[in-house]
Design a protein around this ligand. Structure first.
Ligand code: PBG
Length: 327
């Protein structure tokens, strides 16, 4: 393609007024692009020390929160439980009366028009804070963990989850979960696969929120991806699609925009980005120091995910962002 030379080409022409900038914008950012992660607790409402604008929500206030989010245009909420019973065998993950399942049901009852996304992984339930069961050598036992994840996804679907999102990074989980959902009468329950999830330092406030920070022994590098790898993310994405995922996710998102772009370009299915708790904290910390304008940072960062190819974003800033862009 040939561009006209200056002065025929003056790229500033289209930037001169707000209507024109809007008209020429290559991507949009709307509240329906956001998935809002919520930490549910049976304890009191409490701010996170490491991410103070986020509060754990008491179960009996979840419905009210969901309706408020829906009023701002948020269509999907991702649930995470705080304070579930932990054990080496993670058996509470399979209890249909656990906090997670009650929260799913509560949310569905209070705001039936809001989609419910349930995280599938054992870290809220293990004594050691890992996403799966430990083998004798201290690594996570892939195949033993699959048995639990599969059952966990089915009880979440039974409780009313619309999307189950395996965040555990075990090999083969998507196909196992898909066939278990099909054979248990949940053929229309979606799977959003955390396909490229990295062993990152950017999950700190999340681990505080679900109470796995103190519990976690070691790190997750024998199952989450190595931050040095990009091409491997394409293999993860291809496998998840082949196994029946309806949508994919890249996580973290902000520091891994290159991965997001590559996966989004290669995937015929929608790809989502997780603006992780540590990345949210980067904005909050910088804003608190006066280094940047918090509101502009939120909108700019969320726009970057859309520009890089994300269909949507899981973000703790969903409500703030919806208010900001909603006018
Ligand atoms: C657990 C899970 C994590 C996140 C989502 N699901 C943490 C981890 O893998 O240790 C991180 C979310 C965030 O930091 O916002 N499987």
């Amino acid at each position: 393609m040939i561009e006209a030379p200056f002065p025929a080409a003056r790229l500033r022409r289209t930037r001169m007024s707000a209507w024109s900038r809007d008209l020429h914008a290559e991507v949009t950012l709307t509240p329906q692009d956001f998935i809002w992660p919520v930490f549910v607790t049976e304890g009191p409402r409490e701010r996170l020390r490491s991410l103070p604008f986020v509060q754990r929500v008491p179960l009996n206030e979840l419905g009210r929160e969901a309706k408020a989010a829906a009023a701002l245009g948020i269509r999907v909420i991702a649930l995470f439980p705080h304070g579930e019973r932990r054990s080496d065998d993670a058996r509470t993950a399979l209890d249909p009366a656990n906090l997670m399942c009650r929260a799913i049901a509560e949310l569905k009852a209070a705001a039936p028009q809001v989609g419910v996304l349930a995280d599938v992984a054992l870290d809220p339930y293990t004594a050691h804070g890992h996403d799966g069961l430990l083998a004798a050598d201290g690594t996570v036992d892939n195949d033993a963990t699959l048995v639990l994840l599969t059952e966990q996804a089915v009880i979440q679907a039974r409780a009313g989850a619309d999307i189950v999102a395996p965040s555990d990074m075990m090999d083969g989980r998507v196909s196992r979960i898909r066939s278990a959902l099909e054979s248990s009468g949940h053929a229309t329950t979606q799977i959003m696969a955390y396909s490229a999830k990295y062993a990152s330092c950017l999950y700190g406030p999340f681990r505080e929120a679900v109470g796995s920070a103190g519990a976690l022994k070691g790190d997750k590098r024998n199952y989450q991806m190595d931050p040095r790898n990009a091409r491997e993310a394409l293999r993860e994405a291809a496998l998840d699609l082949a196994e029946g995922a309806d949508s994919l996710m890249v996580k973290p998102g902000m520091v891994y925009l290159d991965i997001l772009r590559a996966v989004a370009e290669g995937s015929p299915a929608p790809v989502f980005a997780y603006h992780t708790s540590g990345e949210a904290a980067m904005i909050e910390g910088a804003a608190a120091m006066g280094a940047l304008d918090r509101e502009r940072a939120i909108v700019e960062v969320l726009t970057a995910f859309r520009r890089a190819g994300a269909r949507g974003v899981l973000t703790y800033h969903a409500l703030d962002a919806a208010r900001l862009i909603g006018g």
